[in-house]
Design a protein around this ligand. Structure first.
Ligand code: DQA
Length: 146
């Protein structure tokens, strides 16, 4: 069965209480559950990992190269800083879609730059949890095309 990794970076474990006016009211568990249901409508399965640690995110991406067909990835704060995560995305050879709950371009300038976007299949930003759902739809198309 086609398997997707849903990978969440630092502080996303706090969704629901973290700046809800920016990130919405859903918890991470809600988002993961919604994605599981959306994936099953395409006969796909998801597994979800969240970490506040850059190395753990790198390990999850490397492991996904042998366990998954694609990745929905919200690198959170590491988006704007991490050469190491960019290198991993470039190395693993499966499509990765970068997602953000908030519209990063409507926020502080330091959020406008992503070190990862150029090595991702694409990027979706600004639609709350629906950003993840749109990323799933994109991956369905990309994987079916392959
Ligand atoms: C975020 C945007 C990032 O700039 C921020 O550091 C986050 C969340 C988003 O989903 O909107 O932690 O990735």
């Amino acid at each position: 069965m086609t398997t997707l990794l849903v990978l969440h970076g630092p502080n996303l474990n706090l969704l629901g209480t973290r700046e809800p006016e920016i990130y919405g009211a859903l918890t991470l568990a809600d988002i993961n559950q919604n994605l599981k249901e959306a994936a099953s409508a395409h006969d796909m399965e998801t597994y979800s990992i969240q970490s506040n640690h850059e190395g753990a995110l790198i390990d999850a991406l490397q492991e996904a190269a042998t366990k998954a067909d694609g990745v929905i990835f919200n690198p959170a704060g590491y988006t704007h800083t991490s050469v190491a995560l960019r290198d991993t995305v470039a190395a693993i050879g499966i499509p990765v879609v970068e997602v953000h709950l908030s519209n990063v371009y409507a926020r502080e300038e330091f959020r406008h730059k992503s070190l990862l976007s150029a090595v991702c299949a694409g990027k979706i930003s600004g639609f709350g949890w629906i950003s993840y759902k749109l990323a799933l739809e994109a991956l369905v198309e990309i994987i079916e095309r392959e």
